[in-house]
Write a protein that binds this ligand. Structure first.
Ligand SMILES: Nc1nc2c(ncn2[C@@H]2O[C@H](COP(=O)(O)OP(=O)(O)OP(=O)(O)O)[C@@H](O)[C@H]2O)c(=O)[nH]1
Length: 427
């Protein structure tokens, strides 16, 4: 199911490739927590490395048999509301997720403790999240016959699911043709064909993020306020660490006091995972409170090169595409990354909140026009997301969806599968 690739320049005897692949699922649960080894302080002068600070460990809030649960995020800060286009380009306040206070352990175990309920699988969470739309799409096929009314109802349901006019037209046209070819007589068979057509439409979005081709691989992560950038970076970093990657994070959101701390919390979670006991992975953070985001990123890339990092990830401040001066700031960050490493950035990732519907497509267009996106992370598909917007993105701006977010826990960052998504949408 997982297809997140780590590529390292080691010979692969089987296929002659110099790369190896590692999937999330290949990573064994860690049992021996050990601190992440701080990298050798060989950084250039202006870099301010943040060695993992003794942040309070996150309390366990969700019962589960999964060993990954120990790494679960602390009680979640309130997700931010989707951002609508503002009337004027005024910088938005940066909300700061709060870390829950550790909960004191009970004095003695209760005599009878109910067995913890198994945590819903991520696919179920995706299904649950898309249920509202899914059920209205699926209900179209409970009709008794295939007629114009069925297609009209389907058109309405697709539009309601945020698929947008172009993708809806394409899906309906292709579906009608397939129905004719297959000589379908049962509405349920039409549903099966729609899953096929939708899967084909979404397939170009299904791509793997590659790491290891460049030294370091430099990623720049952008998006509107509260889309889930820092959370997604944290989850991604955790997976990179498990794959024994050396990761340097640049806290390029220099005006939000807690930006560095938020990243550090994730770094510390990685620390507590025992990853270090498995190999050579580590994480460090470059930050400069109140500094120039481009300068911090420039230093981070240089430090990443000097320290032999595998991956440098720049976490930028949230902004609306209509805030033109802030979009210029992003362009500047991208330019200075190229100055520090001529072939970088290798990835410009937009994090979009799946709940924002067609607004997500607007964001994709705007950030792509400004920066040339290489990939998307679509978050909060466990919420009230309608999901159809991915069809709109596939039709109008087919940028790979490297990951989807289906919750706030580490394991809720998943690779995108076109078929699974189409099935979940119509389940
Ligand atoms: N339910 C759910 N919540 C998520 C997901 N991803 C992120 N969140 C939550 O969304 C909120 C905002 O996440 P952040 O990572 O702080 O967002 P951000 O884009 O870095 O925010 P700014 O830096 O302020 O722009 C937090 O409460 C996260 O826990 C997801 O996939 N599902």
């Amino acid at each position: 199911m997982f297809s997140f690739f780590k590529k390292k320049p080691t010979p692969d005897a089987d296929n002659g490739s110099v790369f190896t692949e590692v999937g999330f699922a290949d990573l064994a649960p860690k049992t021996a927590p050990a601190p992440v080894v701080a990298p050798a302080p060989a950084a250039p002068e202006p870099v301010v490395p943040v060695i993992h600070e003794p942040l309070a460990p996150a309390p366990e809030v969700s019962p589960s048999s999964s060993t990954l649960e120990v790494l679960a995020p602390v009680a979640a800060p309130e997700p931010l509301a989707p951002v609508a286009a503002p009337a004027a380009p005024v910088p938005q306040p940066m909300p700061v997720p709060e870390q829950a206070a550790p909960v004191a352990a009970p004095p003695a175990p209760a005599p009878e403790v109910a067995a913890p309920a198994p945590r819903a699988g991520w696919l179920q969470r995706l299904r649950d999240g898309l249920r509202k739309t899914g059920s209205s799409l699926a209900s179209v096929f409970s009709r008794t016959k295939i007629d114009d009314a069925l297609f009209e109802e389907l058109e309405e349901a697709l539009l309601m699911a945020d698929a947008g006019v172009k993708a809806t037209e394409f899906l309906l046209e292709t579906l009608k043709q397939r129905v004719r070819e297959a000589r379908c007589t049962e509405p349920q068979a039409v549903k099966g064909l729609l899953i096929e057509v939708l899967t084909e439409l979404l397939l170009p979005l299904e791509r793997s993020l590659e790491v290891g081709r460049h030294n370091p691989t430099v990623m720049m992560v952008v998006g509107v306020n509260g889309a889930g950038k820092t959370t997604s970076i944290g989850k991604l970093t955790r997976h990179l660490l498990e794959a024994e990657q050396k990761v340097l994070m640049a806290a390029a959101d220099t005006f939000r006091a807690a930006a560095r701390e938020q990243l550090a919390v994730w770094a510390q979670r990685a620390d507590g995972s025992g990853v270090q006991a498995q190999g050579a992975g580590w994480v460090d953070i470059v930050s400069q409170q109140g500094g120039d985001p481009a300068a911090v990123t420039f230093d981070a890339v240089n430090a990443g090169r000097a320290r032999g990092c595998d991956v440098v990830i720049a976490d930028t401040a949230g902004r609306l595409p209509t805030q033109l001066h802030l979009m210029e700031e992003l362009k500047k960050i991208k330019r200075v990354i190229t100055k520090a490493q001529p072939d970088a950035p290798h990835e410009v990732l937009l994090v979009v909140d799946g709940n924002t519907g067609q607004n997500a497509l607007t964001q994709v267009r705007a950030f792509d026009d400004a920066l040339g996106l290489t990939g998307l992370i679509v978050t909060k598909l466990d919420g009230t997301a309608k999901g159809g917007v991915l069809a709109a993105i596939a039709r109008e701006r087919p940028i790979p969806v490297y990951f989807i977010g289906v919750g706030e826990k580490l394991e809720d960052l998943q690779t995108f599968s076109a078929r699974e998504f189409a099935q979940a949408l119509l389940s």
